[in-house]
Ligand binder design. Sequence first.
Ligand SMILES: C=C(O[C@H]1C=CC=C(C(=O)O)[C@@H]1O)C(=O)O
Length: 427
Amino acid sequence: MNADLSPPALYVRTVALRSDTDSLVRHLPAGAPLAWLTGEDGLVAWGRAARLDLPGRPDAEDPTDTSRFTDAARWTEALAAKAAVEDEVGLPGTGLVTFGTFTFTPSSDGSALVVPRVLVGRREGRTWLTTVTDAPGVHPPELMYPTPEPRPIGPLAWSEGSLGREEWKSVVADTVDRIRTSDMDKAVLARDAVAEADSAIDVRTLLERLRRRFPSCFTFSVDGMVGATPELLLRLEGDRFTSLVLAGTRPRGEDPASDGRLAEDLMSSAKDVEEHGLAVDSLRTALAPLSEELSVPAWPHLLQLANVQHLATRAHARLSPGVSALDAVAALHPTAAVGGTPTAAAMRLIAEVEGMDRVGYAGPVGWLDGAGNAEWGIALRSARVEGARARLFAGCGIVAGSVPESEAAETESKFRVMREALTDPAG
Ligand SMILES: C=C(O[C@H]1C=CC=C(C(=O)O)[C@@H]1O)C(=O)O
């Protein structure tokens, strides 16, 4: 059934705040925070002025169906058309801001858009406050919510996810065989793991740990999806489009020499360069009809994070007139960094063999504003947090040359992002 696509009329006001260097997370009350953070900058928000839930379509025949994105685009356009906005700052992320999380497949429930009541943003030394109300000239009560210290997570009980390690490795081995004997080139297979705490997990604690440990990543929290992704599906500022494509991974070394050897091995690995190339090709093919001046470097560069290193390609373009951020999200998702090549065949294989619902994992997560600026990441290095439970996800690109044991080890390096964020420091 189609969601109700008629949004409310909102009054939005953005004012400049005196800048400080405190973590933005300090502004968040407990509860269900919204966040998009890179280092010291970003957006934190709370309360709900409007919300759109986009139910899954279990009968969707086409695994690349984009109706959840087109429904979301119609809703955000109607929302912006109805909103009365006073914005004295005028930067990307000021005025009317909507956060969103989209499921990996069209059949899953869990895609949602949320317009917060209160937002605090910071960009390059400028800080602002946005409030959203149903009537002019009033403050939302959420502005005065208390902001107690983030709570530790406490002891955790860990359990395996839908498939055990050995079962998952045999699924990888079967997939390698299928790739070798079919015209499929790549499929990205993921696993899950579950952590149970004694009491509700304070998402602010996770956000603060993630943003400190991964300052170059996008630390996010939207409607239960929490993580720190290095992969930028798109940034749109005016008509300027940027994307950071990642695929091809090694762990970080124990010391500089072994780290350097792992980096060299990655940069010269035919298997990883092929896996990366397929992800870049999927972006290029999807973006070409929507853009002008598309520029994609011929060779990937190395991106080093605290837990892993990746092959990375930064693409730039100018989006054609009339193409919105959500149009681009719809066209780009799923790239071959999270789906595979050819896309539809890989999506069918994933649904058949993974044995789990990815929900928002590997789906687009991010925000857009009323002026058309946006940042959307791919929800990797993430978990779905519900009360005291966190379900962690990690995946890897499987190609003809993949070795199941190495792929299982790679998922463990990727799980570390959320495992460490959930683990309180000793003592
Ligand atoms: C699917 C994931 O990573 C993707 C992004 C970067 C590198 C990847 C890889 O080397 O397999 C994956 O394509 C994940 O982190 O769960």
